[in-house]
Design a protein around this ligand. Structure first.
Ligand SMILES: Nc1ncnc2c1ncn2[C@@H]1O[C@H](COP(=O)(O)OP(=O)(O)OP(=O)(O)O)[C@@H](O)[C@H]1O
Ligand SMILES: [Mg+2]
Length: 425
């Protein structure tokens, strides 16, 4: 109905290459589809780092019942129709290839109910072949489940990384899409445990601060329909840069390196570049990980200008900014097990064993060793020791889960506490 096969001239122009090489690639495609369907909530689940099972459920428009069987065919898409569309893409997807690619290397179940329909369709596909299709009752939206990725490609399966590594790739990926889609509610579960629960936010800054747990400074500039907003953490940490071009997370090395030079190497930086679609070619990389920006130099100039403005600040103030570091304040160690600590505007609870194990794991990379040598629950440690552990944790890149996949912390936002007590801050 709405999904068509692309004409030959468009197919021949689409950047060729492997689209699905890991569970994270699979999650990326499914989340992008959910976002293209205007979802306001996306729930992701994985088992064994996505190697055993992936599920992405959304509350978007759904797929028309007459289209469900078409979406796993190659080059079928509802997002573009011809060459002129290819020159000006505003959706994440455009090749009509992702579901086809996933379905050929897994066992897949697609359930979808179109927003104008009363009933949904469930379709089972195995190694690219539709083996069952039936009507089911379900809410409007789509749910795609992927079992046993690469079950029919043992060589590819062999090259997958350890569960821990694959899981971290997926956590990072969901964070990236949450950063560029701050009004969408994202949840992520791993092996049945909640890892992320990101409520819809009013603006980018709110999402960024909730995700990283610290304050950010915003700078923005607009010129000739090009909009750049750049957020840098006020505290120093391991330098991380997130770059989005028209909401798409991209890894353009050149631009990332440039931003790193301008921002410095010890900040978390989130940079959004929004420009008219015709100025961006997203069809240069099979996984769309890189884009080509026409007149990239203009973008660089604009970023430079953002920071030139900063030089107007008096020297002392600039100094102060550079050295502002929220120090964790250990409030208590409950039952010789739970470390209660304030970091910025959040109260964090850590399990001291898990925390110590996570830090040791960073050094040894061995789950059993780090578990055996970690501080046990119930052992008395000083607040100073606890603070050192928390500080070490703050500098890690993947802070959310321990090597076994358990969540690293439980935290409360101070603002929420004030709100629930009816006191203005
Ligand atoms: N979650 C979803 N909600 C609604 N429609 C969907 C969803 N997932 C897929 N579709 C439909 O299935 C079609 C095929 O999806 P698929 O991901 O294979 O291709 P695409 O998104 O069009 O392009 P690309 O291969 O670049 O991702 C989409 O064009 C869309 O019409
Ligand atoms: Mg897609």
């Amino acid at each position: 109905m709405f999904v068509y096969t692309l004409p030959e001239e468009v197919i021949s122009k689409i950047s060729a290459g492997e689209v699905i090489e890991s569970p994270a690639d699979c999650v990326k495609e499914l989340v992008e589809n959910a976002l293209d369907a205007s979802s306001s909530r996306i729930d992701v689940e994985m088992l064994k780092g996505g190697k055993r099972y992936i599920c992405v459920r959304d509350n978007g428009t759904g797929i028309h019942r007459e289209d469900v069987h078409k979406v796993v065919q190659r080059w079928t898409t509802s997002k573009i129709k011809d060459m002129s569309d290819l020159m000006s893409i505003s959706s994440y997807g455009f090749r009509g290839e992702a579901l086809y690619a996933i379905s050929t290397v897994s066992k897949m179940i697609i359930k979808s109910r179109f927003f104008q329909d009363e009933i949904g369709i469930k379709m089972e596909v195995e190694g690219g072949k539709v083996i069952n299709k039936q009507e089911i009752g379900m809410p409007v939206g789509t749910c795609v489940e992927v079992y046993d990725l690469f079950y029919n490609l043992p060589v590819r399966l062999k090259f997958l990384k350890k569960e821990d590594t694959e899981r971290n790739k997926i956590i990072k990926l969901i964070k990236e899409y949450a950063l560029s889609n701050w009004n969408v509610h994202f949840t992520l579960h791993s092996n049945g445990r909640k890892v992320l629960d990101l409520y819809p936010c009013e603006d980018k800054k709110e999402r960024i601060e909730a995700l990283f747990g610290c304050k950010f400074e915003e700078k923005s500039i607009e010129k000739n329909s090009i909009n750049i907003s750049l957020y840098t953490s006020l505290e120093s940490s391991r330098g991380e840069i997130y770059l989005f071009v028209n909401s798409r997370p991209v890894h353009n090395k050149n631009l990332l390196e440039y931003i790193r030079k301008v921002v410095g190497y010890k900040k978390i930086c989130v940079c959004y570049i929004d420009l008219p679609p015709y100025m961006v070619d997203v069809n240069v990389h099979p996984k769309k990980r890189e884009v080509r920006i026409y007149k990239e130099n203009i973008i660089k100039e604009m970023i430079k200008e953002l920071f030139r403005r900063q030089e107007w600040y008096p020297f002392e103030l600039a100094q102060e900014r550079a050295y502002y570091l929220p120090t964790p304040v250990v409030i208590d160690i409950i039952d010789n097990t739970l470390i209660l600590v304030r970091i910025g505007d959040y109260l964090y609870f850590f399990d001291q064993h898990l925390l110590s194990e996570r830090i040791l794991y960073e050094k040894t990379r061995e789950v059993e060793r780090s578990c055996a040598f970690a501080i046990k629950a119930g052992k008395a440690i000083s607040k100073e020791e606890a603070k050192e552990l928390v500080k070490a944790w703050m500098s890690l890149e993947n802070r959310e889960v321990c090597p076994h996949g358990r969540p690293m912390y439980y935290r409360l936002y101070l603002g929420d506490i004030y709100k629930s007590l009816d006191r203005r801050r």
